[in-house]
Design a protein. Structure first.
Length: 342
């Protein structure tokens, strides 16, 4: 037995940066960005943190679900950009919303993260370990983007989305998941702590001249700046997504013995509009079945799908009985497609 989504929530920072704003910092234009990505603006944290956004999205999801927080058995947060390492972000959320009965953990599968969290929750429900889960995708990507790099800063934004999944005898679930670590170099971001001086380094450097120490320090600083920002091979990611996402979705439909005409909506990771259009073309489905909000928010990584889900539920575009396939792809590289019914 699996679970159904009974409530969603999202949080979007009020502050935003338009394409016109970016022209003050990098060599670009609104036309250039819009044509290549479909992004018109991206919302950026000001006083918030990634963990704070996760909390607000969670509160809204709990409210819409109409449950008490004590009913939540598990909290999963997906993020590549949380402001906290210890405690994990899920425990931070648990404390702030008072979900004292939940056990908590974080995952990192980048832009595929919300789907992986959803699949994990379904697995726990199916085994009988839990009945109700809170899953969250939350990202503060503005903190790990190099705002002088035109190839990345035009794409990414901040935000969080959440969903409550509850055990339901009528719930339907199936999924296909893949990963290819050999393509990891296509999208990277190193942990800045790895570049901090260690005690053993200081001991070894005692025999170096001050000039040598200064040169080494400068080189290390430059490496830290470069590696701790998101770096992406955009063309490689584009080729991977446009080819592999449709194949993953088709693999899921074949596994379930259903066809694309039976699917009411394909809810996809909002990487950019060109990728979404390419996926639609390969699947041979109308763009009307592939909702987009990338123009408003940009790419918010693991927050993309839950933010979009929340919008679709609250506007009534997703209706009871609708058959959905969610699909995402991200750094790793990771890839997944999941079937659900509203």
């Amino acid at each position: 037995m699996f679970g159904k989504i009974i409530g969603t929530g999202s949080y979007i920072p009020r502050q935003f940066i338009t394409n016109e704003d970016l022209t003050n910092y990098i060599d670009t234009s609104d036309e250039w960005i819009t044509d290549r990505t479909g992004v018109k603006k991206r919302h950026i944290m000001k006083d918030e943190t990634t963990a704070d956004m996760a909390v607000e999205a969670a509160r809204k999801a709990v409210e819409q679900a109409g449950i008490h927080v004590n009913e939540i058995d598990m909290i999963i947060v997906s993020s590549v950009s949380s402001n906290v390492i210890l405690p994990n972000t899920a425990c931070y959320v648990q404390d702030k919303i008072g979900a004292v009965n939940a056990f908590c953990f974080d995952i990192n599968t980048a832009c595929t993260g919300f789907i992986m969290a959803y699949n994990t929750a379904q697995s726990y429900i199916d085994t009988g370990l839990i009945q109700t889960a809170l899953i969250i995708g939350a990202e503060g990507l503005s903190k790990i983007v190099d705002w002088s790099d035109r190839g990345t800063c035009i794409l990414f934004g901040d935000g969080a989305g959440a969903a409550i999944i509850k055990k339901d005898s009528e719930a339907v679930f199936d999924t296909v998941m893949h990963a290819d670590g050999s393509m990891g170099a296509a999208l990277t971001c190193d942990n800045g702590f790895a570049y901090r001086p260690r005690l053993i380094d200081e001991t070894e450097n005692k025999t170096m001249s001050q000039e040598e120490k200064n040169a080494q320090s400068q080189e290390g600083h430059l490496n830290q700046i470069q590696n701790t920002y998101v770096q992406m091979n955009g063309q490689e990611i584009f080729r991977f997504a446009v080819k592999q996402v449709p194949e993953c979705i088709q693999e899921l439909m074949k596994k379930m013995q259903i066809n694309k005409d039976e699917i009411d909506m394909f809810i996809l990771h909002q990487a950019n509009s060109r990728i979404l259009q390419g996926i639609a073309k390969r699947l041979k489905v109308s763009l009307e079945k592939i909702p987009m909000n990338v123009s408003e928010y940009g790419n918010t990584s693991s927050a993309c799908i839950p933010i979009l889900l929340d919008e679709l539920f609250r506007t009534g575009e997703l209706k009871e009985g609708d058959k959905i396939i969610m699909s995402g792809f991200g750094a790793g590289v990771t890839l997944a497609a999941t079937y659900l019914e509203v």
